[in-house]
Design a protein around this ligand. Structure first.
Ligand SMILES: NC(=O)c1ccc[n+]([C@@H]2O[C@H](COP(=O)([O-])OP(=O)(O)OC[C@H]3O[C@@H](n4cnc5c(N)ncnc54)[C@H](OP(=O)(O)O)[C@@H]3O)[C@@H](O)[C@H]2O)c1
Length: 325
C-alpha cells in the first residue's frame, strides 16, 4: 500500500509517498481502508520533531511511528479476532492520537475504540475534519468551560478547526462570539458567523478593555495575568494548546489565581473520541458544518503539512487518500 513515510525529523518537503506492507488486524483491531485524513498540529510537530519536548511523545532521535496522521474516515475492510463492534463495509471515522497515529496511508489497523460510525449525511471529507477539532471545541466550551446561554465568548486562534466548531457550538447557546486570528482568514470567519473579529497582528485582545464570560484559546500566547484582564468576574478561560512556556505558567499559577480572583483558568487534556456520538447527532440535525481546505491527494501531503505550518489554510486541510487507490 502507499503511505507517507517519515524516518527522520526534518522539513515536510523531505517526505515521500512510499510502498509499505499492508497491515493485518490483531486482537481487538480492525483493518480500515482510509478514504480521507486531515492535517493537524501534531503532524506539523511530529514530522519536524519540534518543539523538542514533543520528542518525548514521538521519539527522541527519530520518529517511533513512521507514518504521520491522526484523523481519518474510511471503511472497515476486515476485523481481527475479538473485534465485534464494527463489521466489514461499515463507514467509520475517528481520532487515532491515543492509539498510534498513521492515517497518511491507504490502510491502517486500529483498536475498535478509536472508531465511531459515520452518519450517512456526513461525507468522508467532512468526517476527517471532525473528531479532533470538534471535540477540542466541545470539551473546551461545554464540558470544561460550562458555557451558558447568552454569554460573551472569545475564541483565540479562531480561524482554524477549533474556532470553526467552537463558533457553531457557542451559537447553539445564543452567545455573542468574538474570533481572533489574522490575514484572509478574518473574512472567512466573518462570513461564517463570528459577531466580531480581531486581527492579532494589529490588536492585543487582552488590552482592548473588553471583558468576556468565557475564553477558548487554541493558541495560548499571553501570561495568565493578561487573560485575567479580559475575563468578567467569575469568568472562565480554557486553553486547548499554545506556547509551552505559557502553558507551564498557567499550570503553576492557576490555583493561586482562582483563590485570589475567583476566575478559573483551565488547560484541556483532550479525551480523544469522547463525545463523538453527540457530534454525530448535531451533524444529522444539520447543526454543524465544516470548512474544508482541499481535498488534496496523498502525494500532496508533504506540501499540505508545510501549507498548514505556514498558516495559509482556512478551516481543516483534507487529504483524500482514496484518490490514490
Ligand atoms: N488539549 C489537547 O489535548 C490537544 C491535543 C492536540 C492538539 N492540541 C492543540 O489544539 C490546538 C488546535 O487548534 P486548531 O486545530 O484550531 O489549530 P489551527 O487550525 O492551526 O488554528 C489555529 C489558528 O490560530 C492562529 N494563530 C496563530 N498564532 C496566533 C496568535 N498569536 N493569536 C491568535 N491566533 C493565532 C493560526 O493562524 P496562523 O496559522 O496564521 O498562524 C490558526 O489560524 C493547537 O494549539 C494544538 O496544539 C491540543
Amino acid at each position: 500500500m502507499k503511505a507517507i513515510v517519515c524516518t527522520k525529523y526534518g522539513p515536510p518537503k523531505a517526505l515521500k509517498v512510499e510502498e509499505v506492507p499492508k497491515p493485518q488486524p490483531k486482537d481487538g483491531e480492525v483493518l480500515i481502508k482510509v478514504h480521507c485524513t486531515s492535517v493537524n498540529d501534531y503532524d506539523w510537530s511530529m514530522v519536524r520533531g519540534k518543539p523538542f519536548l514533543y520528542r518525548l511523545l514521538f521519539g527522541i532521535t527519530k520518529p517511533k511511528r513512521q507514518i504521520p496522521g491522526m484523523e481519518l474516515s474510511g471503511t472497515v475492510e476486515s476485523c481481527g479476532p475479538d473485534a465485534t463492534k464494527h463489521q466489514p463495509g461499515d463507514a467509520v471515522y475517528g481520532d487515532t492520537s491515543d492509539v498510534g497515529f498513521g492515517t497518511f496511508a491507504e490502510y491502517i489497523t486500529l483498536q475498535e475504540k478509536a472508531l465511531t460510525p459515520k452518519p450517512q449525511n456526513m461525507s468522508f471529507e467532512e468526517a476527517a475534519t471532525i473528531p479532533h477539532a470538534a471535540l477540542l471545541a466541545y470539551q473546551g466550551l461545554v464540558e470544561m468551560g460550562q458555557i451558558q446561554n447568552g454569554q460573551t465568548v472569545l475564541i483565540n486562534g479562531a480561524g482554524g478547526g477549533v474556532g470553526t466548531f467552537g463558533l457553531q457550538l457557542a451559537k447553539m447557546y445564543n452567545c455573542e462570539v468574538t474570533g481572533v486570528d489574522t490575514g484572509d482568514k478574518l473574512q472567512t470567519m466573518k462570513a461564517f458567523g463570528f459577531d466580531h473579529i480581531l486581527d492579532y497582528q494589529s490588536k492585543n485582545f487582552t488590552r482592548t478593555g473588553q471583558k468576556y464570560d468565557l475564553i477558548l484559546d487554541a493558541k495560548t500566547c499571553f501570561s495568565p495575568y493578561a487573560y485575567l484582564r479580559s475575563l468578567n468576574s467569575k469568568g472562565r478561560y480554557v486553553t486547548v494548546g499554545g506556547k509551552l512556556i505559557r502553558l507551564l505558567q498557567l499550570t503553576f499559577q492557576k490555583g493561586l489565581i482562582k483563590r485570589l480572583t475567583g476566575k478559573k483558568l483551565k488547560i484541556l487534556p483532550l479525551k480523544p473520541n469522547k463525545g463523538l456520538e453527540y457530534i454525530n447527532q448535531l451533524f444529522e440535525e444539520g447543526k454543524l458544518k465544516t470548512i474544508i481546505d482541499g481535498p488534496y491527494p496523498l502525494e500532496k501531503a508533504p506540501w499540505a503539512i508545510q501549507y498548514f505550518g505556514d498558516g495559509l489554510h482556512k478551516g481543516k486541510v483534507v487529504i483524500n487518500v482514496s484518490e490514490s487507490h
